[in-house]
Design a protein around this ligand. Structure first.
Ligand SMILES: NC(=O)c1ccc[n+]([C@@H]2O[C@H](COP(=O)([O-])OP(=O)(O)OC[C@H]3O[C@@H](n4cnc5c(N)ncnc54)[C@H](OP(=O)(O)O)[C@@H]3O)[C@@H](O)[C@H]2O)c1
Length: 262
């Protein structure tokens, strides 16, 4: 592969698929990673035919350490890697203590272990060219850790901190690290068993974005050097107000604490 190369995890649907489509259009060769081989094969063929690129499929379940290692070896074997998108993920909505232990651990492996190890092997390759971009797909939940599922919010918060710390360490290079924090996005994310009680119609339509819009805005912001990025004005506004709610709760706690002492 002599052209620029991008590896995208979770590229069989949603935001990851949109990243693949945009980058193929820009002429990148692709390495597509996910579990559903047929979806990846179809996407790889369509994009290769349409944009005259090479696309390789790596079928891997990133909740399994040995399969994370397989992808790690694939990355290590590359002559060049220009873009890494750590996007694979899923949602949970359960109590920390009583939720499904295996699924919580799967989430830690996919969001944290896989993303961390892929950054670890990708950066030395990028350093050879002194250039590259890593997009860690976090979530607004990673910035609003007082709301939502504990495993989801903490693993997504990890990706934000990882991105900020890495960018700081790489400040004298041309490697860019970007934590994408989407809000409500149309994809297959809310169709899983874990989120079966979630009803899309309960969230105002204006708060939803398409996967394509999210991926397009993210790439633009990442290339400008934005490290932590929330796509969409209304998302940024709701994040601002959520912080106000927190400030109010903290103030109320302080007042009630002092009242008790008096
Ligand atoms: N949609 C939203 O509202 C929203 C909001 C904030 C953040 N996000 C984040 O955006 C990212 C992409 O999600 P999406 O919205 O595009 O949802 P999606 O359509 O469900 O896509 C998730 C992708 O992750 C892959 N994946 C899931 N489990 C995997 C596993 N064990 N091993 C390998 N790949 C796996 C899926 O592929 P296979 O099933 O083929 O393995 C799929 O390609 C996630 O990290 C999610 O947390 C989404």
């Amino acid at each position: 592969m002599s052209k620029k190369t991008a590896l995208i995890t979770g590229s069989s649907s949603g935001i990851g698929k949109s990243f693949a489509e945009i980058l193929a259009k820009e002429g990148y060769n692709l390495i597509l990673v996910a579990r559903r081989k047929q979806k990846l094969d179809e996407l790889a063929k369509t994009l290769a035919d349409r944009f005259s690129i090479e696309s390789k499929v790596v079928v891997a379940d990133l909740s399994k350490i040995e399969q994370i290692k397989t992808v790690e070896e694939t990355i290590k074997s590359l002559d060049r890697l220009d873009i890494l998108v750590n996007n694979a993920g899923f949602g949970l909505s359960s109590s920390f203590a009583e939720g499904n232990y295996e699924r919580q651990l799967d989430m830690v492996n996919i969001h944290v272990v896989a993303s961390y190890l892929f950054c670890r092997v990708a950066i030395p390759i990028m350093l050879r060219e002194n250039e590259g971009l890593i997009i860690n797909v976090s979530s607004m939940s990673g910035l609003m850790t007082k709301f939502g599922d504990v495993t989801y919010t903490t693993t997504k918060a990890f990706l934000i901190t990882l991105s900020e710390s890495l960018q700081e360490e790489l400040r004298d290079t041309k490697i860019k690290i970007h934590a994408l924090c989407p809000g409500m996005t149309y994809s297959e994310f809310h169709d899983t068993k874990e989120l079966e009680k979630f009803d899309r119609s309960n969230v105002p339509k204006r708060l939803w974005m398409s996967s394509k819009e999210v991926a397009t805005k993210s790439l633009k912001a990442a290339r400008k050097g934005k490290v932590v990025y929330v796509p969409g004005f209304l998302n940024r506004l709701s994040l601002f107000f959520s912080k106000m709610v927190l400030v109010r709760r903290i103030s109320q706690w302080f007042i009630s604490r002092n009242e008790k002492k008096e």
